[in-house]
Design a protein around this ligand. Structure first.
Ligand SMILES: C[S@@+](CC[C@H](N)C(=O)[O-])C[C@H]1O[C@@H](n2cnc3c(N)ncnc32)[C@H](O)[C@@H]1O
Length: 298
């Protein structure tokens, strides 16, 4: 099982590094991931009991549809696949027709309600076919990535087997899925000492111009990060274990002071600009001791 969507800040490529920080008894704990995005860690761990959420309602709708309406979702996606096939027969002008198809689906997506199989299918389609393959919205919350062009090694719109595994995973395990702010999780009677939180919130920007509107939510401000610290302190006081990550800046160092902070250099993403030899530093923060992790400096 792997993420069905590519997501800004997705952790798929970093999983092997991050898993070294998980508490040894993580599988005996109830798993909480409240900034879910593409859910890389969730699908890696496949916990039996989990609470997963994200502020992005369109994204969470996809997860709910994968769980509850998979046949309807596949039907919609196959409709897009068939519409694409028709454009291939157009010969000359094919690229323009693919772009028109994409733009039509983009308009419908932005104008339609955030629910059901059609909305989920449009989100998946647009994500695969857009430029850079990443969900991105403008300041009004509208999906605004341009068409990615007709690439010769065209990716399939979806992986049926992966979606079926995901659907079965959600149905056969106690996974509670909800949309909303991370502090508004539904009431749950799992004692804090039995909880593990993997928390991957928006990153503190490395430059003044960087922001996080890509997710469909407002960029995090100073007070949002301060609230996050208060949230972590609440988890810690209750006895829960957490692993959080963010960029390595003086601000995050101050924000997470008192917890275990490990730093490592990672390759800048292709979309980043800068001349610092292509790497940026990220931190992993835990409220439990972690030993001997390669590449990380405590
Ligand atoms: C760094 S991404 C998470 C990436 C994820 N770990 C993955 O592997 O794809 C941060 C996520 O936090 C979500 N988010 C932003 N503000 C939020 C809030 N107040 N409450 C819950 N989720 C929020 C965004 O929608 C985004 O999906």
């Amino acid at each position: 099982m792997e993420p069905f969507i590519r997501w800004f800040g997705g952790k798929t490529s970093k999983l092997d590094k991050f898993t070294g920080f998980l508490p040894s008894n993580v599988r005996d704990r109830v798993y909480f991931e409240l900034f879910l995005g593409s859910g890389a860690m969730l699908f890696h761990l496949k916990p039996r009991e989990a609470f997963i959420s994200d502020l992005n309602e369109r994204l969470i709708n996809c997860y709910l549809v994968i769980r509850d309406e998979l046949p309807a979702l596949i039907k919609e996606l196959d409709g897009f696949r068939d519409a694409e096939k028709k454009t291939w027969n157009a010969g000359f002008g094919k690229d323009e027709k693919l772009r028109e198809l994409y733009d039509g689906i983009k308009s419908e997506f932005n104008d339609s309600p955030v629910q059901g199989a059609r909305s989920a299918a449009m989100m998946i389609y647009l994500n695969v076919r857009c430029y850079n393959g990443l969900y991105r919205v403008n300041s009004s919350g509208e999906f605004n990535s341009p068409f990615g062009g007709d690439d010769k090694k065209r990716r399939l719109i979806y992986d049926a087997r992966n979606l079926a595994s995901m659907s079965a995973y959600f149905k056969n395990n106690a996974v509670t899925i909800f949309a909303g702010d991370y502090r508004q999780a539904p009431i749950c009677d799992v004692p804090y000492r039995k909880r593990f939180y993997f928390l991957d919130p928006p990153y503190v920007p490395l430059t003044k111009t960087a922001s996080f509107t890509q997710y469909g939510s407002s960029p995090w401000e100073e007070k949002d990060f301060d609230n996050f610290r208060v949230f972590l302190d609440g988890l810690n006081a209750g006895g829960a274990k957490f692993l959080a990550c963010n960029s390595d800046t003086p601000k995050t160092r101050a924000l997470f002071a008192g917890y275990h902070v490990f730093s490592h250099a990672i390759q800048r993403s292709a979309s980043c600009k800068g001349n610092d030899r292509g790497t940026v530093k990220e931190i992993v923060v835990t409220n439990y001791p972690v030993t001997s992790i390669d590449d990380f400096i405590a």
